[in-house]
Design a protein around this ligand. Structure first.
Ligand code: FAD
Length: 416
């Protein structure tokens, strides 16, 4: 069923009794041309673009839980392409362009909202760094505006400009950045892939790989063996565990990141704002809740929950930036598992196993990458060569010294 104003009217007039499920619940087949492990945003987007761009429709997405149960449904919904390094900017800008046409492409309302992303700066050195990043963005054709304090005040008068410990000096604004409703992205890609023939197999865990003479033959699952010509891994926080099943040890650690939502309040924040003197970012959802987050919890874990000291730290960041937030009650909080790479940048590459492909290392910035990641991973799986905007996301870059260290933090995954 094509979603349109006409289908909406027709169903409204017939008591909403004829809506169809958004995707099928097929039994797994014995063999697929491509199996994607992980039904998060990246896995579902990959399956969709395999069908859409390359005509490969004999594809299954194998998801151990339900669609949207991973990070794709747990993130703080921020999308942007305000990167510095040449290995990153074209990729994230391609993703931004795909977001801009996504809803028409997949016929699904993902609530893409280009409300602007404003990074605040609090020192001369930080302003210099923002000017450099803004210039790098503009050289790549990405929108960027360096703002002074008064320009920031006009956008966000509720910030603490009076007696802040770290006074706001200005900011870097990407007007085309913003938010996208996270779980709608999972549902939209699932439905669009399904319409092109992709099988979405939920509640089916991959428990092993069948590899013979270095060649991938398929996946062992809780619903039996499923043969595959090619297998793509897109399991985010579970990357190390799933890769270990294929005998691989990757430069990735798993850490928890928490998200927070307040009670609904009247419209207040109409952009995304990030604090530059601590780790705190905030936006307001269409339901009125303030959606915010901060640092990862500082230890390795596969548990999708966080700890109180990090909650306190995040809330302190919020209080330092906009003290009136202290009067708002927090409604909900949850955690997700981040696949933290050693340089903070992702990996989209082949692996030493013939027919096994890797998509990982998204740290806590992979939601914004969803469309481009799916696009480029599908390209790699279909052609066995990297897409040009993802060519630097090689697995061997850590061995060859070609790290893409966007933050300049070195091999410290907890800092990226
Ligand atoms: C609190 C939080 C806030 C974030 N905020 C942002 C943000 O504002 N902007 C941004 O760009 N990014 C953000 N991120 C990061 C972003 O959500 C992730 O980088 C991205 O969603 C990861 O890709 P994915 O959607 O494919 O992951 P997931 O949705 O986690 O998909 C991976 C899937 O693999 C499945 N899986 C794992 N093991 C197996 C197995 N053995 N067999 C079958 N299936 C398996 C999992 O169940 C899961 O559904 C945030 C993340 C969190 C947790």
């Amino acid at each position: 069923m094509q979603y349109s104003v006409f289908s909406l009217l027709k169903n409204a007039l017939t008591g909403h009794r004829h809506w169809q499920p958004a995707w099928r619940e097929p039994e797994p087949r014995a063999h697929y041309d491509v199996v994607i492990v992980g039904g998060g945003g990246h896995g579902l987007a990959t399956a969709y673009y395999l069908a859409r761009n390359h005509g490969i429709t004999n594809v299954a997405v194998i998801e151990k839980g339900y669609i949207g149960s991973g990070n794709v449904g747990r993130n703080t919904t921020i999308v942007r392409s305000n990167y510095l390094l040449p290995g990153n900017v074209p990729f994230y800008e391609w993703s931004m362009r795909l977001w801009e046409g996504l809803e028409q492409d997949i016929n699904y309302n993902a609530m893409v909202s280009q409300r602007g992303v404003l990074n605040l700066c609090h020192s001369d050195a930080q302003r210099d760094a923002f000017a450099r990043r803004g210039n790098a963005m503009r050289l790549h054709g990405v929108d960027a505006e360096l703002l002074d304090k008064e320009q920031v005040r006009r956008i966000a008068p509720y910030l603490n400009f009076d007696d802040a410990r770290f006074p706001i000096q200005g900011g870097l604004l990407q007007p085309r950045g913003g938010t996208v409703r996270h779980d709608a992205v999972a549902w939209g890609y699932a439905r669009a892939g399904d319409r092109r023939g992709v099988d979405i197999i939920q509640n089916c865990e991959v428990t092993g790989f069948r590899i013979e003479n270095g060649k991938m033959l398929g996946v062992e699952t809780t619903r039996g063996f499923i043969g595959a010509g090619k297998v793509g891994m897109a399991v985010a926080g579970n990357t190390s565990r799933v890769a270990a099943m294929a005998g691989m040890r990757l430069p990735i650690e798993s850490h928890v990141l928490q998200a927070f939502v307040s009670e609904g309040i009247k419209p207040l924040i109409d952009t995304v704002i990030t604090f530059g003197a601590g780790h705190f970012y905030i936006s307001q959802s269409d339901k009125g809740g303030l959606v915010f987050g901060g640092d990862i919890d500082g230890y390795n874990s596969y548990a999708q929950r966080g700890n109180l000291p990090t909650i306190e730290d995040v809330c302190e960041g919020g209080m330092a930036l906009m003290p009136m937030i202290g009067r708002v009650r927090m409604l909900r909080q949850w955690g997700g598992i981040m696949d933290m790479s050693m340089d903070g940048s992702p990996i989209i590459d082949k692996t030493p196993v013939d027919g096994l492909y890797l998509n990982a290392g998204w740290c806590y910035g992979g939601f914004k990458a969803t469309p481009a990641s799916g696009w480029c991973f599908a390209h790699l799986i279909a052609h066995d060569t990297p897409h040009e905007v993802a060519a630097d996301y090689r697995l061997d870059r850590f061995a060859t010294g070609h790290a893409i260290d966007e933050k300049g933090q070195g091999a410290q995954p907890n800092l990226h």
